[in-house]
Design a protein around this ligand. Structure first.
Ligand SMILES: Cc1cc2nc3c(=O)[nH]c(=O)nc-3n(C[C@H](O)[C@H](O)[C@H](O)COP(=O)(O)O)c2cc1C
Length: 230
């Protein structure tokens, strides 16, 4: 594994300040159409590097990403993504995978290095590792577990791109078997999402609204109104 990435761009490509976290959350939209302008390598690297800092259970990081930029490969991806135009329009599309088996092979590296870095695990990191693998493999379907964690990285990726002034489009409209065949993805993988990245073309997609907090937040028990007057 590696240390925290350094030398990441601290401004948007035109020198403008990064968007604040509030603007990021309010301005991000699932973008329908993209301009062809490429995302500079430095920025794509920063977006992926920061997304890879996302948290995951036991730090097992089951996510993997395939960067698709070549025209012919975007066309192949579009063919297995319900012909969505943004797959070909956007300069970059990321295939986001959750590995249902491979993470176990990397668990030793995770727990050993975590212990060496003093990050919580004790000297008995092998036991912690074995306990974690046992817990995860019994607790829930593996597709659910890898999707839970991979989506944290995917969401981070979209928000980081927005902070750098780029637009994104998350997609669940694809045929996972087709994606696997076309891009050499092992059968054990869960194809969790596709994310297009680039500059959206006007007009921006309208804000579709969100539930009010009294529709989604409860206090102390399910269904109990959240009063906010503590
Ligand atoms: C995991 C996920 C998958 C999505 N899949 C698609 C898709 O395949 N095609 C599409 O046009 N929009 C897709 N969307 C976009 C949603 O429709 C959009 O995020 C939602 O309507 C809210 O709009 P907003 O993101 O602009 O706020 C997806 C969004 C998410 C989070």
């Amino acid at each position: 594994m590696q240390d925290k990435p350094s030398n990441l761009p601290r401004t948007q490509p035109d020198g403008a300040a990064l968007k604040s976290i509030i603007d990021v959350m309010l301005e991000r939209r699932a973008t329908m159409h993209f301009a062809p302008d490429p995302v500079p390598e430095e920025y794509l690297n920063a977006i992926l590097s920061l997304a890879a800092q996302a948290p995951s259970g036991y730090n097992l990081q089951p996510w993997r990403f395939i960067v698709v930029r070549k025209e012919e490969n975007k066309r192949r991806l579009q063919a297995v993504a319900f012909k969505q135009p943004k797959v070909v329009e956007a300069p970059v599309v990321i295939i986001c995978l959750g590995m249902k088996e491979e993470w176990k092979e990397r668990a030793t590296e995770v727990f050993k290095e975590g212990a060496e870095r003093g990050a919580g695990q004790t000297d008995a990191w092998q036991q912690t590792r074995d306990g974690a693998i046992g817990f995860i493999t019994k607790a829930l379907p593996m597709s659910v577990w890898v999707t839970r964690h991979t989506m944290i990285a995917v969401t981070s990726l979209m928000l980081i791109a927005e902070a750098y002034g780029y637009d994104t489009a998350p997609m669940e409209g694809f045929d996972p078997a087709g994606v696997k065949t076309e891009f050499g993805v092992p059968d054990e993988a869960e194809v969790v999402a596709l994310v297009a990245i680039g500059r959206g073309v006007a007009p921006d997609k309208a804000y579709p609204g969100r539930f009010a907090l009294d529709q989604i937040v409860y206090e102390e028990a399910y269904g109990e109104p959240w009063t906010q007057d503590t």
